[in-house]
Design a protein around this ligand. Structure first.
Ligand code: IPE
Ligand code: IPE
Ligand code: MG
Length: 247
């Protein structure tokens, strides 16, 4: 067994890990290849990390695969990413099922091309009875889009007379987010040496532990995940209190 894996305290695992899978393009360019080559290899990391999380017994894994802003990339890259998404889902859905993994998506599905939406809907349905790892793909997702959407829907409920303004609290807001069925991530990992959130889970990350690594996403493997979890386990989560209050 991996030495890092042995060091992980199984009683103190994060329930929910969120990852900004970044650095595919640079990884490819460094090899003199096209950006799409990097995305293609990123799929292998997804497979490896999903497996790693399932083995550990992590309950929720959210992967940032495509942001609202990513629609502004060159058309060939956007099309290439959509095709990769569809072919990957088609290939992986059986193995997701075999491993009792339930797929979810968060994001503006209306933005996705019809063929991609169809493939996704099918995969969601096929895996909907699974009770193991919840794999949440953030697709055409951004935190600001999500919050705006929530505000609109809350306003609509008020307008229809189904909700009183005075009743609106954190639970109400939570209920209208795409992540209403999931706990907030305790650990957020970003690969490739960028130190920013890039519009990911703006509300949900309020108290997440942030972990940044220079490793590019296509090179990220279970061992790197274990390192991140160990780092997380070494931190003191105070939630505004003092150290003394925690003991
Ligand atoms: C992350 O890798 C994947 C997506 C955003 C779809 P990038 O494509 O952002 O790779 P870099 O950051 O340009 O290296
Ligand atoms: C964030 O990465 C989105 C995903 C990983 C899907 P980007 O590469 O798009 O973020 P920025 O533009 O560098 O902030
Ligand atoms: Mg990037």
């Amino acid at each position: 067994m991996s030495q890092l894996l042995e060091k992980i305290d199984k009683e103190k695992l994060p329930r929910h890990i969120a990852i900004i899978m970044d650095g595919n393009g640079r990884w490819a360019k460094e090899k003199g290849e096209d950006r799409l080559f990097g995305h293609f290899h990123g799929v292998e990391s997804v497979r490896n990390i999903v497996e790693g999380c399932a083995e550990l017994g992590i309950e929720y894994l959210t992967l940032y695969a495509f942001s609202t802003e990513n629609w502004d990339r060159p058309e060939y890259e956007v099309v290439g990413l959509m095709e990769l998404l569809v072919s990957t889902i088609r290939k992986e859905v059986e193995s997701l099922n075999k491993n009792n993994i339930r797929l979810h998506v968060i994001g503006d599905m209306n933005m996705l091309p019809e063929y991609a939406r169809k493939e996704l809907d099918e995969a969601l349905e096929i895996t909907s009875k699974n009770t193991g790892l919840n794999l949440i793909m953030a697709l055409s997702y951004s935190g600001r889009w999500e919050l705006l959407n929530a505000v609109k829907n809350i306003a609509y409920e008020v307008q229809k007379g189904r909700l009183n303004v005075e009743e609106i609290d954190e639970n109400t807001l939570q209920h209208f987010l795409c992540t209403s069925n999931f706990p907030d991530p305790e650990l957020m990992i970003r690969t490739s040496g960028e130190f920013r959130i890039s519009n990911f889970l703006l509300y949900q990350l309020a108290y997440a532990e942030l972990y940044f690594t220079n490793v590019r996403w296509p090179d990220f493997r279970k061992e790197n995940l274990y390192e991140a979890i160990l780092d997380y386990q070494g931190r003191e989560r105070r939630f505004g209190k003092t150290s003394e209050q925690l003991v």
